[in-house]
Design a protein around this ligand. Sequence first.
Ligand code: PLP
Length: 639
Amino acid sequence: MNNPEESKIWSVRQSADLYGIDEWSSGYFGVSPRGDVVVRASTPEGEANVSLMEIVDGLQQRGLQMPVLLRLENIVDSRISILNDSFAHAIESSGYRGQYRGAFPIKVNQQKHVIAEIARFGERYNHGLEAGSKAELMIALATITNRESVIICNGYKDAEFISLGLQARKLGFKCFFVLETLTELQFVIERSRALGIEPLIGVRLKLSTKVEGHWSADSGDRSLFGLNTNELVTVIDTLRDANLLHCFQLLHFHLGSQIPNIRSIRTGVLEACRYYIELVGEGAPLGYLDLGGGLAIDYDGTCSTNGHSRNYSVQEYCIDVVESIQESLDAHGIAHPTIVTESGRATVAHTAVLLFNILDVTHFEPTALPAELPANCHEMIANLWHTLNVICVANLQESYNDVIYYRDKIRDLFNSGDINLRHRVLGENIYWAGLQKIASLLPQVKRIPAELESLPQMLADIYYGNFSVFQSLPDSWAIGQVFPVMPIHRLNEEPTRQAIIADLTCDCDGKLQKFASPEGESTTLALHPIKHGEEYYIGVFLVGAYQETLGDLHNLFGDTNVASVRINPDSSIDFVHELHGDSISDVLTYVEYNPDALYEQFRQTAENAVRDGIITLADRQLMLAAYSEGLRGYTYFEK
Ligand SMILES: *Cc1c(COP(=O)(O)O)cnc(C)c1O
């Protein structure tokens, strides 16, 4: 796009390619001919396209200000269907004689409305829930009504947890206790005897299969979770002695989340099958093989094993799993188990988009330089000036070294009183012009020297977004997770600025500066220049998994507004659920303040000021009204 003639014509296709939307969106999002991001929702009567800008308008008319977490119900429906239909298809095409049962892990998104949608759309597939704590089990028991669905209890379980799960058995729930430790087994046996209810028991294996990616520590010998081989044998012996071996019906393993490589999944399944065969030989009935989570999302659209992506599709995952189990067990004449997966990320990541507006921009424009240097310049400034004028593709690293060297010399001269402020400023300006020139030539070199890689980011604009990374995208801060980020409108215009995005917190980590692109990770994002008097909206996509509950109150930015929408076959939008985010009062109470008491303290301060003649009574009224309204307001930037 160096040719100015060419850059006048910018197509929405170019935007789609630039942001890689077709690569990462799994078909749920696209760009409309008008240049908006659209949701492509499957409905009972075919696909309906709705612009995110139309949804933003609708939200604003309903008083829901940015930032908003937008949930798209149609996508929840679609994700549940894809997972279940893909397993059904793999089972049918390979002649597997067993079923699939999904169990959504509640920890991945515990929000009531999300769990309710999963239960509703999952009903026809007997999709169940996975609980990792007592609180999550309570959600599961109150939500699941279908007795064919499984409830899988993972995590450390005390006697109370176990009693509750046993009672659920009495109600007909297929509620499995997956043993993480041997101590739990004692509790289970003891509570089961005390209540006279037989448990459904599963065991979590510690496999030796190691996987790549951020969650690699969940697998292998040093994994925190699961039983080793010795403990497994103890479980069998203990259950046999207690006459409960027939209750051992499920074998579980979980290699970690976001497993990038399908080959590790297959290796894990094959290893688990070896245990399955041995356990059946030992007299455990089994019947369920639970693969845990790990089904990954292509966050950056590269279809690779780089940790933000994966080298397989849901369909391929299902076929590999089904066929691996089938081949292993057929060789031993063992009946095919019901396959359980606890896919969380793959079920909900696509279903939510974080939307926010840009409040301000810092442009990085170097100050214009004089046509020639003033006569009385110090030699070091003249050297720097000369360096600037000879920068070319062939000497980028050398020029960079020189530019930094002379800049430092000029700073030393200023510190020792040898040059004045004006000359120091001139030196700094030449320095920035030098960096800009080097950065502008980088695209022309084949291999960019390591030191120069960060130059574009150093020179990028800063767009200030109305959101908090810590509240809404905690994984981006905590584990360097990359989410797709792009403007949701103006995609028929060329985005001519290179930027990073800063949030509202006063924290140097409160920013987005790693962006996915089909060409690989980038440290800046192309954005449009802001138009005066017009909002500019950014969407962060694939944020439906893990982000909400892990978010925190850094700088007391609270929960954002949330809206769930359903898109109808005629492309109309139902705003099915809206949730106003935390008010300032809300977040203050989280840190133990009493908003009424705060108001009263402020009232007294104002009252004293009236008494001392500093303000008038009318001032007092205005101030108290502002304080009181502030307490009720949104923690983010309001219009
Ligand atoms: C976290 C977790 C899951 C969910 O993993 P995803 O990668 O999100 O599918 C499933 N099972 C267990 C035991 C987990 O700890």
